[in-house]
Design a protein around this ligand. Structure first.
Ligand SMILES: [Zn+2]
Ligand SMILES: [Zn+2]
Ligand SMILES: [Zn+2]
Length: 258
């Protein structure tokens, strides 16, 4: 945290150095999927050798999850094309406003504008060879999206699951879940609340994310039950993705602006 000198902010443990929440799925023989374009996207892509993005999925439009969008330009150049992006209606409209120079560009452009083709998510959808199940969750009063990819689900930024979400989370190998800190917060799960969700969902392994500097990595990890750990920047694991759904309900992508 800027200007903070607490033990976690001064820690030399690399797992206490946390950039903004985002994940990257590299599917064997399939697409490379980025979830959110965090403010730290450029740094994260450089740090972890990310050289390809075939699709971008947005959980919601808070600044920490979208403000790296401009750095998508580099992937457009390397891949010589626009990148499909998927978000719910509110996030699509927020992206259009926050990045009006991208989605309503002036007639005369000097290049250097990211190219994304936005699709509004209205149900489960396919990204190339794999199927994605949006999971409805609440971030305070705001409904946002988590995503399930086969045996793995990613639920960042939430303090409540929608009633219909529970069935969508059956039989998970890995769950990544928001757990901000111990003190309660109006829009994020605490560690205790996240543990209650884990107890009900029963994934084989759970990782907590969106962690703030109240939680030192090593000490917090030691206090968690078996099968639950704090995530950290650079954490990698293998999952079984789902095949594409026969019936997918996301809208057709709009034409890219170009
Ligand atoms: Zn601190
Ligand atoms: Zn948020
Ligand atoms: Zn966030």
């Amino acid at each position: 945290m800027i200007g903070c000198t607490c033990a976690v902010c001064r820690s030399t443990d690399p797992r206490d150095r946390r950039t903004r929440p985002s994940i990257y799925l590299a599917v064997d023989g399939g697409p490379a999927i980025l979830v959110d374009t965090s403010t730290d996207l450029r740094h994260q892509a450089l740090a972890h050798g990310i050289s390809r993005v075939d699709a971008i999925l947005y959980t919601h439009s808070h600044a920490d999850h979208i403000m790296g969008l401009d750095d998508v330009r580099r992937f457009n150049v390397m891949q010589a094309g626009s990148i499909p992006a998927f978000a719910d209606e509110r996030t699509v409209s927020d992206l259009r406003r926050a990045f009006s120079y991208v989605f309503s560009p002036p007639n005369e452009t000097g290049g250097g504008i990211p190219q994304l083709s936005l699709t509004t998510i209205t149900g489960r959808f396919n990204v190339g060879t794999i199927g994605v199940q949006p999971v409805p969750i609440y971030h305070g009063s705001r409904p946002i999206l988590g995503f399930r990819f086969g045996s793995f689900a990613y639920l960042t930024d939430c303090n409540r699951l929608a009633d219909e979400a529970w069935d969508m989370l059956a039989d998970l190998d890995v769950l990544i879940l928001d757990a901000l800190r111990h003190r309660s917060h109006p829009t994020h799960f605490t560690v205790a609340e996240a543990l209650q969700v884990v107890e009900r969902v029963k994934p084989r392994q759970a990782y907590f994310t969106h962690i703030c500097h109240d939680l030192p990595h090593q000490a917090t990890n030691a206090s968690l039950p078996q099968g639950v750990e704090l995530a950290y920047d650079g954490l990698q694991f293998e999952i079984k993705a789902a095949s594409a759904f026969a019936e997918a309900t996301a809208d057709k992508p709009e034409k890219p602006w170009k």
